[in-house]
Write a protein that binds this ligand. Structure first.
Ligand SMILES: Cc1ncc(COP(=O)(O)O)c(C=O)c1O
Length: 494
């Protein structure tokens, strides 16, 4: 006899079985494919003009308690949500540092989820833990490090730099895991244009923001003279420096600090532990390593003790895929010294493969697979070529703007990022700042394209990051035309 609840289970289990086929997946996968088809040729609006509240109102309602077919869910998803996404695959999206992702990596996402291997423990991910070691070894070889190097994938640059600074903290304060930072914690030194990952890490690890020393920039790069002065002062005071953080591809302008100069100073101010710990936040600019045209920007990277590099930025992977690389992989294990015998193999071969002991996360997706697929499918040389193309487009926009008198490029691009000012006649100071923000908002709301803004030397400026290889010169011209048209409307509405 079949009990009533067993009959229910049978129906429920049948529903799961039905959803496991390619046919069942088709309505969801088709949404992704039709999104690509609609946006890649540059048709339709780039973003939405609906407010977050309008979208929230549309979604408001009770939690679904009953089931519905996957095809219905796909239809609802499309109707309720997809019209209002930012279309990063659209060549007129020239906004934040999030990629128009490589399609082969996008399709790999569903395989990563289907397999659901956890990278923390070798026994939970028998083939992808060795894969992660292999891919990390390719990256550390590229840096120029030897077999002692290592690293792990991370959720992104934020986690990568946090991880590296935890390792630097353990070196500066060897008993920190047991006794904490003590009465006189060490300090971190970084450039004025460092990403807020450094100050956040200082807060997170209980160091405190007052122990982050910010060095001013010269020509948008950390000023080595100012760095020398700061290190001299700290040394004279007897203050320990836990790490010096340089940036390779800074967020606002894409500029690269002079890594050789920073490394020279880390050597010159060596303490009892040896040269100062140099961490390079290459979350954005690490890809320059792959390109013979751009490698000079990261010259000296080999002298870093740790590096953050985001394949989900300029290697064009879908979110999320970050990496922390360490010149000595033992440093990473030190950063997370922790006994968890129920999870990690103790004193066995497994310990070498387990990635959990060297990672901030415990359960962790095998994001390495999409990086491997991207490398297999496109090859490192072609990925380098794509990066060069993105950077070239930033240069082309620089030249287009330099020929005009209503916009002013603010720097030569060192990567794929360009900041520029709108310079309407007779408008200055705070007025110009407000109008610049109004122009950006109007342009983005128009659906013609999507760009960002930032504050540079105290002034609001417009900013683009070319993250889509489909963006070409015609799109850059359309950006300038669109901004010009919207600028006239902003001035008229004043
Ligand atoms: C230089 C730099 N470092 C770190 C980050 C943070 O990276 P993520 O968002 O991948 O955590 C960013 C993000 O744009 C960045 O530009």
């Amino acid at each position: 006899m079949t009990l009533p609840d067993e009959r229910d289970d049978a129906a429920l289990l049948a529903m799961l079985e039905d959803d496991m086929t390619l046919d069942a997946a088709a309505p969801i996968l088709a949404l992704a494919a039709s999104y690509f088809a609609e946006t890649r040729r540059g048709e339709g609006p780039v973003s939405t003009w609906h407010s977050a509240q309008a979208i929230a109102d549309r979604l408001d309602g009770p939690m679904p308690r009953a089931s519905r077919p996957l095809a219905d869910v796909a239809r609802r998803l499309s109707r309720l949500l997809l019209d209002d996404v930012n279309r990063l695959a659209h060549p007129m999206y020239i906004g934040h540092q999030v990629s128009a992702p490589l399609p082969a990596a996008v399709w790999t996402e569903s395989l990563i989820s289907a397999l659901n291997q956890s990278q923390a423990v070798r026994e939970m991910s028998p083939s992808f833990t060795p894969l992660e070691h292999q891919v990390i070894a390719w990256m550390t070889d590229l840096v120029g490090w030897d077999e002692h190097a290592g690293g792990t994938m991370t959720s992104g640059g934020m986690e990568a730099t946090f991880t590296a600074l935890l390792a630097a903290r353990s070196r500066a304060v060897p008993d920190v895991w047991t006794n904490g930072l003590g009465a006189t914690p060490p300090v971190i030194v970084c450039g004025e244009h460092a990403y807020h990952t450094v100050s956040r890490a200082a807060g997170e690890m209980g160091l405190g923001l007052s122990r982050v020393h910010v060095v001013p920039s010269r020509a948008l790069r950390m000023d080595p003279e100012a760095l020398r002065d700061r290190l001299t002062r700290l040394q004279a005071e007897g203050t320990r420096v836990m790490a010096v953080v340089a940036t390779a591809g800074c967020t606002a302008t894409g500029s690269f600090d002079d890594l050789e100069a920073v490394a020279d100073l880390c050597d010159a101010f060596a303490d009892d532990h040896g040269p100062l710990w140099m961490h390079v936040d290459a979350a954005h600019g690490g890809t320059a390593l792959l390109s013979s045209r751009h490698a000079h920007y990261v010259q000296g990277l080999v002298r870093a003790r740790s590096i953050a590099w985001d394949p989900h930025q300029t290697l064009l992977l879908p979110l999320s895929a970050g990496m922390v690389l360490m010149r000595r992989q033992d440093d990473l294990t030190l950063a997370f010294t922790q006994a968890a015998p129920y999870l990690f193999g103790a004193g066995t071969q497994a310990q070498i493969w387990d990635l959990g002991p060297r990672s901030f996360q415990c359960s962790r997706r095998a994001d390495v697979l999409k990086l491997w697929v991207a490398l297999e499918r496109y090859g490192a040389d072609q990925l380098a070529q794509l990066y060069e193309r993105l950077c070239h487009m930033a240069h082309m926009l620089h030249d287009l703007l330099a020929a005009r008198d209503d916009f002013l490029p603010l720097h030569e691009p060192m990567s794929n990022i360009l900041c520029f000012a709108w310079t309407p006649a007779g408008v200055h100071g705070a007025d110009r700042d407000a109008l610049t923000d109004a122009l950006r908002e109007r342009y983005n709301r128009s659906g013609r394209g999507w760009i960002t803004a930032t504050t540079l030397e105290g002034r609001r400026v417009l900013r683009v990051t070319v993250m889509n290889p489909r963006t070409d010169v015609s799109h850059l011209a359309a950006l300038v035309d669109g901004l010009t048209a919207e600028a006239a409307l902003v001035l008229r509405a004043r």
